[in-house]
Design a protein around this ligand. Structure first.
Ligand code: MN
Length: 423
């Protein structure tokens, strides 16, 4: 997809400076008692899944402005995911959305294999009417009509069935169900219907699978949402059983909510299953990870690194964001690297010192200990990890130099504006 020579040429111009920067950072870290190669190993081990739907230009409810060379099928999307992985070496898997990505499972696995990719969690769609006899206008898994709920359950079971054939091990359920007016829905009965439907899906879950409950405060429902916050998500996961976990989408909270604390609580409950990474300024999940609140992203990772080794903690990391004004491949590469940066920086926190300051109630030094890690520019570590794995020192510059977008634009039919597609 990206010519190895292009990557090699790009890297050649940068490798001298990188070696110097890496050595210099290594000396500075050594003075702090930190081994740079251990952090590089952390960068190498990092992986986040790319959402298939993120490779197309997103949109708002007002409009969508597709770019050149938009992917027109799941196979085009997988090609784009292959580009992201080959340059960043941080995104070895892809998360699919059904029915958007429906195709012959054997063809999907063959294509993924060709690109060196695998499949992460499956995502169902009962928030729009894509197929089926009954409409989800007034809800899906919590709908008042049993036949509509049955259709939504059946769709989720089909997602599991497809997932089993392509090596996936998890199903993420996010529903848009809720209400737009006070009084429109009985909130208690609506939640009970939802739980009943989720139990039916849970029964169809293979032994080695997990189901993720994803919450979102609002939209498309603008008054009440059935799974609106982590409390409802936790209730759901606890009621369903041990294979049910909570998924935290960073953009799905009210402004200023302390997400890292939610992460800590879900770890305590043994119910943290994974993440949808993105960023937001006002609400929802529309901006690239790390572009608005990089410190919050770091603080989330600080909790995750702190909890490493917790029995049963096995997290699925996925990106879920909308790219409305950028080339989605570039946004996804930048986002993957920003999430990786936070993960590595969190590994730099002096946890022994931090625990001491916490026990001594030294608020100032405890806070300074976190910021010392966050302020450290670890870019040479990320770049060196990419280089050693066969990726690009500068993925965006290399991608632009490759001319990939122009090449696919010549092959793929132009796409007119239309609906978005972000959850
Ligand atoms: Mn999400």
């Amino acid at each position: 997809m990206i010519d190895q020579d292009v990557i090699a040429q790009s890297n050649e111009a940068l490798v001298g400076a990188l070696a110097q920067d890496y050595a210099s950072l290594g000396e500075r870290l050594a003075r702090r008692g930190v081994e740079i190669d251990a952090l590089k190993a952390r960068a190498r081990a990092f992986a986040v899944a790319v959402p298939s739907w993120g490779t197309g230009t997103g949109g708002t409810r007002f409009a969508r402005f597709p770019g050149a060379g938009e992917p027109t099928s799941i196979f085009d999307k997988l090609d784009d995911c292959g580009v992201i992985q080959s340059l960043t070496q941080a995104t070895p898997s892809v998360s699919l959305h059904i029915p958007w990505d429906k195709a012959e499972p054997a063809d999907l696995t063959a294509k993924a294999e060709e690109l060196g990719l695998r499949f992460d969690a499956m995502n169902s769609n009962t928030f729009s009417d894509t197929e089926g006899e009954y409409s989800y206008k007034f809800g899906s898994l919590s709908h008042t009509e049993a036949a509509t709920r049955a259709q939504a359950i059946e769709h989720n079971l089909e997602c599991i069935e497809i997932g089993q054939k392509i090596g996936s091990k998890a199903l993420t359920v996010w529903i848009g169900d809720g209400s737009n007016f006070p009084g429109q829905s009985h909130m208690g009965r609506q939640f009970e219907r939802y739980l009943g439907a989720m139990k039916e899906i849970y029964k169809g879950l293979p032994e080695d699978w997990r189901i993720f409950s994803e919450h979102k405060i609002y939209e498309p429902a603008f008054y009440s949402t059935v799974v609106q916050d982590w409390g409802t998500s936790l209730l759901t996961a606890q009621e369903l059983g041990e294979k049910a976990m909570c998924l935290v989408d960073l953009g799905h909270h009210a402004p200023n909510v302390n997400i890292e604390m939610i992460v800590s609580r879900l770890i305590h409950a043994g119910k943290l299953g994974g993440f949808h990474f993105n960023d937001s300024k006002y609400g929802d999940d529309d901006l690239d990870a790390g572009t608005i609140e990089p410190y919050r992203l770091f603080l989330v990772w600080n909790e995750l690194v702190d909890a490493e080794g917790t029995p049963g903690l096995d997290l699925a990391h996925m990106i879920d964001q909308s790219h409305n004004v950028t080339d989605p491949i570039e946004s996804l590469m930048i986002s993957a690297m920003e999430i990786q940066r936070a993960a590595v920086q969190a590994g730099l926190v002096d946890r022994v010192a931090l625990a001491g300051y916490q026990d001594e109630n030294d608020a100032l030094m405890a806070s300074a200990t976190l910021r010392a890690a966050f302020r450290t520019d670890i870019e040479p570590i990320l770049a060196m990890a990419r280089l050693e794995a066969g990726g690009a020192i500068d993925p965006v510059a290399t991608y632009r130099r490759s001319g990939y977008r122009a090449q696919v634009a010549a092959k793929r039919p132009a796409v007119r504006g239309g609906g978005g597609g972000i959850v």
